[in-house]
Design a protein around this ligand. Structure first.
Ligand code: HEC
Ligand code: HEC
Length: 195
């Protein structure tokens, strides 16, 4: 099935599930295949092994392109009180990770998805969570009403199928446990018409 058709079908199903009556518009800029912008589509994929090993030990490895540099600075300045945990990271490693995060941050990234993420964030806001980015709330408005076993947006990989590749397109997710008449999980591409 062509990608365009998959997207149309995915949107129709997502729209029906989310109870969206006005047509939801897929934002292709969150798709690495998007070629319409100055920079690459999607969000920078994480290729830094040190960052992945250290910061991905407890949760999904967030791409630097999901938060502005000032947020990463604040997060790296507070590793002794990291969401209730004291992180044990050698100072040299922490410095290298901070450089990687800030140099590739959403407000410095040429990835089109990062540019979208920055859109509604005012200069005075320094979110400590990706899930606090204004665009995150608006793009997940419908997810709140879904009957899913996933209780928080924090683990992007609970729903998005290839978030580590910087892929957040609306035809590439699964909603665990949400399945009106469709089987145990809604997997948006499995339920597409074939051909
Ligand atoms: C010892 C475990 C642990 C390690 C290691 C760790 N974190 Fe976390 N992190 C947490 C916990 C716990 C939360 C809060 C999760 C929640 O609210 O569900 C969190 C949340 C976050 C969030 C916010 C996610 C959201 O909800 O949007 C970011 C960003 C983050 N961590 C970045 C990092 C970075 C950068 C590093 C490496 C310097 C790191 N973490 C290492 C435990 C850890
Ligand atoms: C409970 C499942 C779930 C989790 C967890 C989740 N998402 Fe999503 N996300 C969705 C769904 C469903 C959509 C599409 C909504 C729609 O079609 O209206 C979406 C849409 C998006 C979009 C907008 C895509 C577009 O084309 O407009 C972005 C960006 C995004 N998610 C990023 C994230 C990030 C980053 C995380 C982790 C911090 C995350 N999501 C966690 C389910 C989830």
């Amino acid at each position: 099935m062509s990608r365009v058709w998959r997207r149309v079908a995915a949107l129709a199903i997502a729209g029906a599930l989310l109870g969206i009556t006005s047509a939801a518009v897929a934002d292709e800029r969150f798709d690495p295949e998007y070629k319409g912008g100055k920079g690459p589509g999607g969000i920078l994929p994480v290729k830094n092994e040190e960052y992945r090993n250290i910061c991905g030990a407890c949760h999904f490895t967030y791409s630097p392109g999901l938060l502005p540099a000032r947020s990463w600075e604040a997060i790296m300045a507070g590793t002794d009180k990291h969401f209730g945990k004291k992180l044990k990271i050698a100072p040299e490693a922490a410095a290298r990770i901070k450089t990687y995060l800030t140099e590739n941050a959403a407000d410095r990234s040429n990835y089109e998805g990062s540019k979208v993420l920055m859109q509604r964030l005012s200069d005075s806001q320094t979110p400590m969570r990706v899930t606090s980015m204004p665009i995150m709330a608006s793009r997940h408005a419908g997810v709140r009403n879904m009957r899913t076993s996933v209780k928080t947006l924090t683990n992007c990989d609970a729903c998005h199928l290839h978030p580590e590749e910087g892929m957040f397109a609306t035809d590439d997710y699964i909603i665990p446990g949400n399945n009106p008449g469709m089987g145990p999980d809604l997997h948006n591409s499995e339920h597409m018409p074939t051909g």
